[in-house]
Design a protein around this ligand. Structure first.
Ligand code: B1M
Length: 221
């Protein structure tokens, strides 16, 4: 099992999407993230293990290499595509929460930011824990959050940011939402943010991971 997880991690790291992908050349003809994740699930590997022991460590290595200028944006993009191909197979397990509708949760990646893998994970786990999730996608501005809030009053809101440059946009969105509806609970997350930043910008909770986000939302019910 650990060999299979290791291979899946390598597919993410090197952007090997599926058997048909010609990239990277040295893995041509081999199964990719798509087939290997499907096989892992069919063989009974825990979807949480696929996520935490293969996909996320693979993506961490991608980030590390990008920081060291060992790879560039096209390789990161291939890694993201491989990650999406794998996530398709684990998604149903996180979305199969039996109890539905504990409340409504509006989530988006903040304006200027196109990273959506972490946001999608948070959304799928929250949905799986019984919340209705309205996913506004990426590059979402204050007006879009407030429109969704007008249509779904009383919803909790989740903001994700992956870039230090988009943290300021998160700050603006939180201020706008608080001015519009001071009783809306705002949860923030993403690699560059933390509890101090959360307090500074007036958000209600920071979670470093989807599990913490689920626990926080469930504490509101
Ligand atoms: Co980008 N990128 N990227 N990138 N990218 C990072 C974030 C970076 C850290 C890489 C690096 O330098 N090491 C760096 C940011 C540096 C900084 O700001 N300090 C960076 C950069 C610089 C850029 C560009 C500017 C590159 C360029 O064009 N020169 C550009 C910006 C584009 C834009 O957004 N405007 C860019 C582009 C891209 C791609 C499009 C190629 C691709 C994204 C594809 C996609 O998302 N569909 C990409 C990728 C893949 C990455 C890395 C490698 C991986 C991100 C990821 O998906 N991680 C990333 C390096 C890294 O993080 N290791 C990097 C896996 C994911 C599961 O983790 O998103 O952190 P994460 O989510 C976690 C937690 O943070 C948390 O839960 C998740 C699961 O544990 N979480 C929440 C997230 N949101 C939450 C919300 C919550 C609660 C928890 O509540 C609401």
């Amino acid at each position: 099992m650990s060999e299979l997880l290791e291979k899946i991690g390598l597919c993410i790291e090197f952007g090997k999407i599926n058997n048909a992908s010609v990239y990277p050349p040295n893995m041509r003809g081999e199964d990719g993230a798509d087939e290997l994740t499907k096989r892992a699930i069919e063989e009974g590997v825990n979807p949480g293990d696929v996520l935490n022991k293969a996909l996320i460590p693979g993506m961490d290595r991608v980030g590390q290499k990008f920081s060291e200028n060992k790879i560039f944006v096209p390789q990161m993009l291939m890694a993201a595509k491989a990650m999406s191909a794998a996530m398709k197979h684990i998604q149903p397990f996180f979305q199969s929460g039996a109890v539905k509708q504990k409340g409504t949760f509006i989530i988006g990646t903040v304006a200027g930011d196109l990273h959506d893998i972490g946001k999608n994970l948070v959304a799928m786990m929250i949905e799986g824990s019984g919340w209705e999730v309205i996913d506004l996608g990426v590059d979402v501005n204050s007006n879009q959050f407030m429109e969704a809030l007008k249509e779904n009053p009383g919803s909790a809101i989740g903001l994700s940011a992956l870039l230090t440059t988009t943290m300021v946009n998160m700050e603006k969105i939180v201020a706008d939402i608080n001015a519009f509806s001071s009783d809306s609970k705002i949860l923030i997350g993403g690699a560059p943010v933390n509890t101090d930043f959360c307090e500074k910008i007036g958000a209600d909770f920071y979670s470093p991971d989807p599990q913490g986000a689920v626990a926080y939302l469930n504490s509101l019910t």
